[in-house]
Design a protein around this ligand. Structure first.
Ligand SMILES: C[S@@+](CC[C@H](N)C(=O)[O-])C[C@H]1O[C@@H](n2cnc3c(N)ncnc32)[C@H](O)[C@@H]1O
Length: 183
C-alpha cells in the first residue's frame, strides 16, 4: 500500500458510493456513468483523483485501463480501497504529472481541479500541449472564476447538472455543476 496505513483516512476520501449524486466533485462521475460509450476503449488518466470516483466510473463504463493520479498519499490509499470495494482494477500514480508527457493515455479526466487560478493556468498549458482530435479531455466544475477566465474556444460545455439543495451549502452556493470538454 502506498499511503501510511497508520494515517486515518480523511473523510473526503471515504466510501465512494458510485451512484450517489452529491456535490461539485461528483459531476464528472455522473457524466461518465450517464455516457459510458465515451469511455469504451479509452486509456484513461484521472488527474487529482481524490477518492477515485471518476476513475472507478471510467473503469465500470468500459475503459481499457485507468490510472488514478493523486499527489496525496492518503488519496492513493483511498483509491485502492475504493477500487477494491467496487471490484475494479485501477493503477494508482502519486507522481505530479502536470507538465509531463502523457502520450500513453487518450483520455484525461479532471474532476473539481480548477479551484485555483495559478494551478488552473498550469493545467491548461499542459492540456493544450496534450490535446489532439483523438483525445478526450473532460473537466467537471461549477463554473468557478478560474475557469470563466479561460473559458474561450478551447472549452465546450457538454452537460449541466443541478446540485441537490443539501450540496449547495457545502459548495459555496453553486446550484449547478457542469462538464466541459477541452478541445
Ligand atoms: C478537489 S479534489 C478533487 C477530487 C476528485 N477529482 C473528485 O472529483 O472528487 C482535488 C484533488 O487533487 C489532488 N491534487 C492537487 N494537485 C495535484 C496534482 N498536481 N497532481 C495530482 N493530484 C493533485 C489533491 O490531492 C486532491 O485529492
Amino acid at each position: 500500500m502506498d499511503g501510511d496505513s497508520a494515517t486515518p483516512l480523511h473523510s473526503r476520501y471515504r466510501g465512494t458510493a458510485l451512484q450517489s449524486r452529491g456535490g461539485v466533485a461528483s459531476v464528472l462521475r455522473w457524466y461518465i456513468l450517464d455516457n459510458p460509450q465515451l469511455m469504451q476503449g479509452r486509456r484513461v488518466l484521472d488527474v487529482g483523483s481524490g477518492s477515485g470516483a471518476c476513475a472507478i466510473a471510467a473503469m465500470k463504463s468500459g475503459a481499457l485501463n485507468v490510472t488514478a493520479n493523486d499527489i496525496d498519499p492518503v488519496a492513493a490509499t483511498a483509491i485502492k480501497m475504493n477500487a477494491a470495494l467496487n471490484a475494479v482494477n485501477i493503477d494508482v500514480c502519486k507522481k505530479n504529472l502536470v507538465g509531463e508527457s502523457c502520450d500513453k493515455w487518450n483520455c484525461i479526466l479532471l474532476g473539481d481541479m480548477v479551484y485555483d487560478a495559478e494551478f488552473t493556468a498550469q493545467l491548461l498549458k499542459w492540456l493544450r500541449a496534450f490535446r489532439c482530435q483523438r483525445r478526450l479531455i473532460l473537466l467537471g466544475d461549477p463554473g468557478r472564476q478560474a475557469l470563466r477566465d479561460i473559458e474561450d474556444n478551447c472549452l465546450t460545455k457538454v452537460a449541466t447538472y443541478c446540485l441537490p439543495k443539501s450540496a449547495c451549502l457545502e459548495n459555496r452556493g453553486f446550484t449547478q455543476a457542469c462538464v466541459w470538454r477541452f478541445m
